[in-house]
Write a protein that binds this ligand. Sequence first.
Ligand SMILES: Cc1cc2nc3c(=O)[nH]c(=O)nc-3n(C[C@H](O)[C@H](O)[C@H](O)COP(=O)(O)O)c2cc1C
Length: 331
Amino acid sequence: MIDLSTEYLGLKLANPLVPSSSPLTGDLDSARQLEDAGASALVLPSLFEEAIEHEQKELERFVHSQALGSYEAQSYQPIPEEYDSELDNYLSRIAQFKSSLDIPVIASLNGISTSGWIDTGKELQQAGADALELNVYYIAGDPGISGVDVENRYLQLLTDLREHISIPVTMKLSSQFSSVANMVSRLQQAGAQGVSLFNRFYQPDIDLESLHIKPSLELSSSMESLLRIRWIALIRGRVDLSIAATGGFHQSEDIVKALLVGADVTHLCSVLLRKGPDHIAVLKQQLEHWLQEHEYESVEQMKGSVSQSCAINPAALEHSNYMHVIKSYGQ
Ligand SMILES: Cc1cc2nc3c(=O)[nH]c(=O)nc-3n(C[C@H](O)[C@H](O)[C@H](O)COP(=O)(O)O)c2cc1C
């Protein structure tokens, strides 16, 4: 019997297959399907800072207009008692998922400013979230903002939250740092229990007829997993926190590679949106089969066995291999 269990953010998980934030993890029926198919935990869709801010502004506008209107009694309308805010809905969802599922439920916050997130973090913890993923989706387009400023925002947000909540916090990062390894290490020092590598930034497109910039959301492909695999290989062994591989994990082979380089779990999104929640069962069975064929007894045994510190040809992960790769083209 192969032991697929793994430890992630201090949680003992039955296997390393964790659906990441997506519409599938926000709906109780599909979350149940994911659990039945073998998902070992799930990350809820994010609670977005912009959505909360927008809602607050709308509410303020409403209250203000009512205050003006109250001079004419007939136009006054109180805020409906059953009004549920984005945050209220999110908290009820955590409570509902926790009472209906056996697997850990990881909440997700998406934002960059610290104001407001401390109280929100506390409420997510009180609602029963087992851990919190922070997705700092930040595009630094202002030439006045330096790399150090950007990094400090991440660190400040994490430090402030860590002072107020006790559940594990993991940071979902993009690959666009001058030194990913240094950033991960500083996040660890600031109290992060994990990192998810890497977020995908969605690239806006241009409509050539209307000349409008339009959002475009393409699902990932397996090729994207290689960037994650390289970086996890480079940092595993040099940092001491949980690592989730996210972005481009579609085939069981991609998942095996992530574990070999040292990921504790692989997050799955595009593959499940394409193939449905039940596909987790197929991936789990294929993963088990691979371990059996290659005479591993457990996921823990294979984890990190091809990280840079253990790899047979570690240089292939770094610059020294660049020249050989370029020269090999066409041979
Ligand atoms: C439709 C959709 C919704 C998503 N929603 C969120 C979200 O709310 N929060 C978040 O951190 N990531 C979100 N993501 C990103 C995924 O969780 C995941 O990190 C990304 O898609 C890369 O993994 P993949 O290659 O398996 O798709 C979303 C992705 C998709 C496609």
